[in-house]
Design a protein around this ligand. Structure first.
Ligand SMILES: Cc1cc2nc3c(=O)[nH]c(=O)nc-3n(C[C@H](O)[C@H](O)[C@H](O)COP(=O)(O)OP(=O)(O)OC[C@H]3O[C@@H](n4cnc5c(N)ncnc54)[C@H](O)[C@@H]3O)c2cc1C
Length: 383
């Protein structure tokens, strides 16, 4: 288990909130991780517990039921989740992403309708962009939401959706004008309880993150009120996505930086107690040099991500820098997890050792939130 010095962007209130999150993940989540992994989802009531403690939607204004904090509160929840080895609860998608689309672009009525229930855990949130035929090329989504009187009729399918099994509020990326690319895209909310024609497919079997319910979703003539369009105007979805994706990428970077530190701490502790040839593994020059290299990476990653967080809190984090944080830190996370695992020998391949889970969980970080190739595309556009 790792602790880190207080970052410059934090303060006493945020650290008290960090302690709350740490205790929650350590006591309420970590002991259940193995079972959640086997059943491929967390228990539904853990969302309520997180909501009761104020750990959901911490940066949504209090008038809409949120915590009234900032991105710093989102960051400490993500960091403590990693440090307490409790990765399954999909809070980043729920709080840092889904709630923020509603908060940033929703009408007051929509905010009143949905945000308090997301904050309490009464609703679990998901965002459905990816389709079987379209991932990176988001402008090319085929799911349609066609206006019919006072309703939208949604047809299409989505895949790889985090919180897909348990979500009751799903932001669907759909074409309200299928003849147009980016300008035809809108974000439409589906509340699954009332949605006839909505169904969930398999909870997908993954190589890591086993306790997160990543699922397929199907929409077959699903009718939702026209007032479920996020905002007041059709065709704004792509712009809304582009504006919010930097925060999504930043939180992935926050997780990566914390995961690097956690893997390093686990490995230093292990190599100091495991012996070979009559001395600790740590004493071999190869081990010391590897760990010195990884500790340097961890330090650079920490300085970079703290700077990104501070910039985001000031409203100054630009699109390429957020993409750099996602790209570079997740590449390093995968490298660090791999090199640390090697220092565990065969034990590193055994799932009872956290380093094994850190290794398998890390891989997807280079893929979701926009692949790292797409991150490099974005960065290069600003050169
Ligand atoms: C565990 C998990 C959770 C996820 N959660 C969600 C979620 O909650 N909501 C959601 O909507 N999606 C989610 N996703 C989907 C994820 O965002 C996509 O998988 C990702 O965007 C890539 O899309 P794709 O899988 O269709 O790959 P593709 O777009 O088919 O890409 C395949 C390869 O081609 C490369 N490529 C594509 N275009 C270019 C280009 N222009 N230049 C260079 N290389 C390119 C990619 O980088 C990749 O290496 C999740 C995925 C996983 C695995």
């Amino acid at each position: 288990m790792t602790t880190a010095p207080r970052p410059a962007w934090s303060d006493d209130d945020i650290e008290a909130f960090r302690d709350l999150a740490a205790t929650f993940f350590e006591k309420e989540c970590a002991p259940n991780e193995q079972r959640w992994g086997e059943q491929q989802h967390v228990d539904r009531d853990i969302w309520r517990k997180a909501g009761d403690l104020g750990l959901l939607c911490p940066s949504i204004p209090t008038e809409y039921g949120g915590g009234g904090g900032t991105f710093a509160h989102e960051a400490v929840v993500a960091e403590e989740q990693v440090r307490r080895l409790a990765p399954s609860l999909g809070t980043s998608v729920h709080s840092t992403i889904v709630a923020h689309y509603i908060n940033s672009y929703g009408t007051d009525e929509q905010k009143q309708r949905w945000l308090p229930r997301l904050s309490s855990g009464e609703l679990v949130g998901a965002i459905a962009m990816t389709e079987p035929g379209t991932g990176s090329d988001l402008q090319n989504v085929k799911t349609k939401a066609i206006r019919d009187g006072d309703e939208y009729v949604i047809d299409g399918s989505k895949t790889f959706i985090t919180n897909g099994l348990l979500a009751e509020l799903i932001i669907v990326v759909a074409k309200t004008d299928p003849d147009n690319a980016a300008s035809g895209i809108s974000l439409v909310v589906v509340e699954t309880e009332q949605a006839r024609g909505f169904s969930r497919g398999r909870v997908l079997k993954k190589i890591g993150q086993h306790g997160q319910d990543t699922a397929e979703l199907f929409f077959d003539g699903v009718r939702v009120p026209a007032s479920n369009l996020i905002g007041t105007e059709e065709g704004q979805g792509f712009v809304q996505l582009m504006q919010q994706l930097p925060q999504e990428r930043l939180i992935i970077g926050v997780v990566a930086a914390a995961a690097i530190e956690a893997a390093l701490a686990e490995t230093i502790a292990y190599t100091k107690q495991r012996e070979a040839f009559g001395k600790p593994i740590f004493a071999f020059q190869n081990t010391k040099f590897t760990l010195a290299d990884l500790a340097t990476t961890a330090k650079i990653g920490r300085v970079f991500i703290d700077d990104c967080i501070a910039k985001h809190l000031r409203g100054e984090l630009d699109i390429p820098t957020a993409s750099m944080a996602k790209y570079w830190l997740t590449e390093q996370q995968c490298r660090v997890a791999d090199e640390c695992l090697q220092l565990f020998g065969g034990y590193g391949y055994m799932t009872e050792y956290p380093i094994a889970t850190m290794f398998t969980d890390s891989r997807v970080q280079k893929i979701y939130g926009g692949t790292n190739e797409i991150m490099k595309e974005i960065i290069s556009r600003f050169l």
